[in-house]
Ligand binder design. Structure first.
Ligand code: ASP
Length: 325
């Protein structure tokens, strides 16, 4: 079993990130015919017009710098996805992990999933109450059980038994985003490593005033998260109900696999389809995706989407609207 829970106490986030990768990731570049090309794309949820989330953007540039260095030295896509999402969960800046928002019952319920495009294995958790890093719990489900999805109190007990770190309720900065126009801030990552492996992960507190027990798209494989080697890896943000109905991330892969669409066209068509289906903007949201050649797609039909990219040729940039810097 990989010791991925022992490294979360480092004093800075950047350290936590690098330490995590160092602890879990032997340089896979040594075990494959390594290519130069790699890429990483992350999101921090949708953004409302006029609200430039500077703290989130600079945080994202920082962790992309670490991810880029790690990918360059041969870190595995799956490990980089897990580390990026866990670091965003711990940051207290996003609606995931520490700053996950309360549901209508006044408590946090978190959802997350991770998928390995190399093996087509996936792990997922939903409606967790006191797990520090839902993305790590999802990874444990994938690595340590025969199952894909563990939910609710019994799922939580199971992932705790597997080693998922438990916190007390006061760990969560409940409703930390009340002073912002929008309470979104789901996080996700999609990565292509130098061995050509693709992986993706997503983590969220859901959305404001959700009914206790409601599960969104983030933990649903093919909706909020999907990865398949040779094709693409993707993560979604927006009203999860639409992303579930339209199997959004799998729809991108299908458009590419069966329709020969580029990742840009496939992701855009998926976003457009959902936006057209929802009344009063209900189907709006965003998607991040990377294809097997390292091309990025990041369409959104919401006002904005907090996202960032880096690759072997692209220094880290992040933005919430059209511009990225
Ligand atoms: N997709 C998330 C959910 O429906 C929320 C979000 O991305 O803002 O749970």
């Amino acid at each position: 079993m990989k010791k991925i829970n022992a490294v979360t106490v480092a004093s800075t986030l950047a350290m936590a990130f690098s330490t995590t990768l160092a602890a879990v990731s032997p340089a896979t570049a040594e075990t494959c015919d390594a290519q130069e090309t790699f890429g990483v794309i992350i999101h921090g949820g949708t953004a409302k017009a006029g609200n430039v989330p500077e703290a989130r953007l600079s945080f994202m540039r920082e962790i992309l710098t670490d991810a880029r260095a790690d990918l360059k030295r041969g870190a595995e896509a799956l490990d980089v996805v897990e580390a990026l999402v866990a670091t965003m969960e711990d940051s207290g800046l996003f609606n995931a992990g520490k700053a996950a928002i309360n549901n209508a019952g006044g408590f946090v319920e978190t959802d997350a999933s991770i998928m390995d495009g190399k093996t087509m294995k996936a792990g997922s958790v939903a409606s967790l109450k006191l797990v520090r890093n839902p993305i790590r719990a999802a990874r444990l489900v994938m690595d340590e059980t025969r199952h894909v999805m563990m939910v609710g109190d019994r799922g939580e007990a199971a992932v705790n038994d597997l080693g998922a770190e438990k916190v007390t309720a006061d760990y969560f900065v409940n409703n930390a985003h009340h002073d912002e126009p929008e309470k979104h801030g789901t996080v996700g990552a999609a990565v292509l490593d130098r061995c050509g492996n693709l992986a993706a992960g997503t983590s969220t507190g859901g959305y404001d005033a959700k009914i206790p027990g409601r599960v969104g798209d983030s933990p649903v494989i093919g909706a909020g998260t999907y990865a398949k080697n040779g094709i693409m890896a993707a993560s979604a943000t927006g009203h999860g109900e639409f992303f579930i109905r339209f199997t959004a991330t799998r729809a991108i892969a299908a458009r590419m696999e069966y329709g020969n669409a580029s990742v840009t066209d496939a992701a855009q068509a998926t976003i457009d389809e959902m936006a057209a289906a929802g009344e009063d903007g209900a189907g709006r949201g965003g998607l991040i995706a990377i294809d097997t050649e390292g091309n990025f797609a990041m369409p959104f039909s919401s006002d904005g989407m907090v996202r960032g990219i880096a690759s072997n040729t692209q220094a880290p940039v992040a933005g919430a609207f059209d511009e990225m810097e």
